[in-house]
Design a protein around this ligand. Sequence first.
Ligand code: 1OR
Ligand code: 1OR
Length: 285
Amino acid sequence: MSDEEDISGPPPSARGRRQSVCAEPFNPNAVEDEDTPKEQTSEVMDAMFERKVTAEEKVIEQGDDGDNFYVIDGGKFDIFVNEKNVGSYNEEGSFGELALMYNTPRAASIVATTDATIWGLDRATFRRIMLVAAFKKRKMYEEFLETVPIFSSLERYERMTLADGLYSEKFSDGATIITQGEEADKFYLVERGEVSIKMQKDDDVKEVAHLQKGGYFGELALVTKKERAASAYAVGDVTLACLDVGAFERLLGPCMDIMKRNFTNYEEQLVKIFGTSLNLTDVRT
Ligand code: 1OR
Ligand code: 1OR
């Protein structure tokens, strides 16, 4: 499991692209901070029940209805999707939230590979707490979104639905966020830290932009449906708010004109920086 990311709920369609996305999709500690009412925290604690599991026991069967959400207290587990081992949990993490959040059948089977101890939380309590978590998520991102220049024209309600679609990813200094030439699947906002955008042309690599909190990137390839035009790297520790392509298309219509206007700027800079025009921003049809 990676601690690159702290994700509090990408939609199910976002799953499967990156191993770590599913590793910690719901953070049960989120219900334990200051602004969660004490009664609510103790309600969760009271509702949680300990379950001992023996090696090879199947805790969750893919396709079943969801009953409980589980937090691992100790032990190891394999994750199977369509009988294929797609990952594992090693002594920590949580699973079983998807079916409860989205009212869908269990998306994977979870099998203990050692004797293990897990803590379960029933569906009703989980959902009640999740609603609180979703509310908190809106609140948390709303403040940030208010500071993002490109969203200044959005209505409050539009920013809230946008917050529902966002999830945070963390990158440490020097980590690659986007690789030029790759296929695009999401849009990024800089929540914390700085991001360096570098473009390679022939043997020449140049920094073409340097983004700070409130900046955005990764929109170009989503709009043009081309490969990524540049690479993005973390400068220092970075937290990004991400939006998957579907939500981007659904939610950012109102900002599209501003984004497209900026494409002209990319083209102009391209000529200045590399001395060529590249047809960067034509929309592929
Ligand atoms: P659930 O309620 O659907 C099975 O029950 C649980 O397995 C699921 O919630 C997640 O908590 C957990 N895809 C779907 N579910 C996963 C995955 C996963 N990993 C863990 N769970 N993938 C594996 C990624 C490493 C994607 C596979 C394509
Ligand atoms: P993307 O999806 O293509 C890389 O992934 C991102 O880098 C891109 O979206 C933009 O959001 C961002 N030219 C192209 N992409 C740029 C540029 C840029 N700056 C930031 N990005 N230029 C710099 C203009 C100041 C022109 C390059 C010479």
